[in-house]
Design a protein around this ligand. Structure first.
Ligand SMILES: Cc1cc2nc3c(=O)[nH]c(=O)nc-3n(C[C@H](O)[C@H](O)[C@H](O)COP(=O)(O)OP(=O)(O)OC[C@H]3O[C@@H](n4cnc5c(N)ncnc54)[C@H](O)[C@@H]3O)c2cc1C
Length: 385
């Protein structure tokens, strides 16, 4: 089979091979225990920080490794294949640092990113609210200008890393009459008086990647406004374009792990004197799984290619996320089916993987929202041509 990652540079290829070894030795072996205990993935994030991965999304200009969008896609895949919770917490941190990179001034980037990219500090990205998930422009969190800064009031929900993060990027309405142009983004240190997080939510999967409700009634200094007032929504959408490629990468990494589990199992399980892998029905299932996975990876690579050109890639990112997240569910379900009853037993990792994967179709814009984005781009293109 040809190498699906032939476009990576030699250095990036080496980096990914080293990351694969680190994940196999130090992260994947903790995945089952993490799921069982629901402990936050701090140890795993420390391993990634030591490897330099916590700043993998950042360019050299701010001290990051400056790897290509394609190498980042591959790196997220590798981490997700080893542990979904770790990949989720890591990419939530990327959303926070991407927000500072894309929305902040140079001084703000220097101030916040140097510790974040080494993993010394952890970030969270707070957009969703109890009544504003799929339609974040409908948010209610308010930021009112004071003589020396901003007063924020409101609440956020389902915020990955939220109660554990050293800093949170928070989106709030600064001009209620300006629609999405009245939304701004602030960076809030965790020790800010009036900021608090509830207990970690009890989730179906990704049990080591904790999500929290956040409550805000706090004063922030002037310099906590990232960039200019009114640009927060645009920044959020740009960050989510990046994030959706990373959700596609998580989905592909986990689907790859599911396919490998199913293949191994089918080559070991003997039924009626015949290996499962010799039954045509099972062979066809494996073939369909591999084909779907390969198609999803190509779509994600196309989105990463467009990202690296510096042009708009919203539609490609949405398509990659939509297809990869739905593919991953189908592949994991087929992998579980191939395991028979054992697939339903917690001792087999396919059970955890199937639960971990389910959120990919929901967070960073559900499949329905991706379809809305794709069709609105499609129809707009037709109207202008
Ligand atoms: C584990 C986890 C981690 C998360 N991490 C973060 C995070 O770090 N930061 C953050 O800000 N948020 C985070 N979220 C929130 C996540 O992004 C939202 O849950 C998601 O965007 C959906 O919003 P909602 O839950 O309010 O669903 P709703 O908006 O209430 O949607 C409910 C259903 O209606 C559908 N729907 C909504 N609008 C339409 C429409 N126009 N047409 C058709 N169908 C529609 C949706 O697809 C969905 O199926 C996280 C959520 C979870 C569960």
């Amino acid at each position: 089979m040809t190498d699906p990652w032939h476009m990576l540079s030699d250095d990036e290829r080496l980096l990914c091979e080293m990351l694969e070894r680190v994940v196999a030795e130090k992260i994947a072996p903790l995945a089952a225990e993490t799921d069982e205990t629901a402990c936050f993935v701090s140890r795993q994030l420390s391993v990634l920080a030591e490897f330099g991965m916590m700043g993998a999304n950042l360019p050299e200009r701010v001290g990051g490794p400056g790897i290509s969008a394609m190498a980042l896609l591959r790196a997220v895949e590798i981490v997700a294949a080893g542990c979904g919770s770790t990949a989720s917490a890591m990419t939530a941190h990327f959303l926070a640092t991407d927000t500072i990179l894309l929305g902040g001034t140079e001084a703000q980037q220097n101030n916040w990113l140097s510790d974040a990219l080494t993993g010394k500090t952890l970030g969270a990205f707070a957009l969703t609210e109890p009544n504003a998930g799929s339609d974040p422009a409908d948010m209610r969190t308010r930021a009112v200008k004071t003589s020396d800064g901003w007063h924020l009031t409101g609440s956020k929900c389902f915020i990955s890393n939220g109660g554990l993060a050293d800093f949170v990027v928070v989106f709030a309405v600064t001009d209620p009459d300006a629609g999405h142009r009245g939304i701004s983004v602030f960076v809030l240190p965790k020790e800010t008086p009036g900021f608090s997080a509830g207990p970690a939510e009890r989730t179906m999967g990704l049990k080591g990647g904790h999500v929290f409700s956040l409550s805000l009634d706090c004063h922030l200094p002037e310099e906590s406004l990232l960039g200019e007032a009114g640009r927060g929504f645009k920044t959020a959408m740009q960050v989510l374009d990046n994030g959706r490629i990373e959700v596609a990468a998580q989905s592909i990494g986990m689907a790859q792990a599911a396919l490998e589990m199913a293949t191994t199992y089918a080559q070991e399980r003997v039924i009626g004197g015949t290996l499962l892998s010799e039954r045509q029905g099972i062979m066809w299932m494996l073939a369909d799984m591999a084909t779907e996975l390969s198609a999803a990876r190509l779509m994600a690579q196309e989105a990463a290619r467009q990202r690296s050109l510096g042009k708009r890639f919203t539609m490609a990112a949405s398509m990659a996320k939509l297809h990869a997240s739905e593919m991953a569910d189908r592949v994991a379900d087929a992998a579980l089916q191939i395991h028979g009853g054992y697939g339903y037993i917690r001792d087999f990792p396919i059970e955890r993987l199937t639960r971990d994967l389910r959120i990919m179709r929901i967070y960073e814009g559900s499949s329905e929202i991706q379809r809305n984005i794709i069709s609105s781009h499609l129809l707009a293109e037709r109207r202008t041509s």
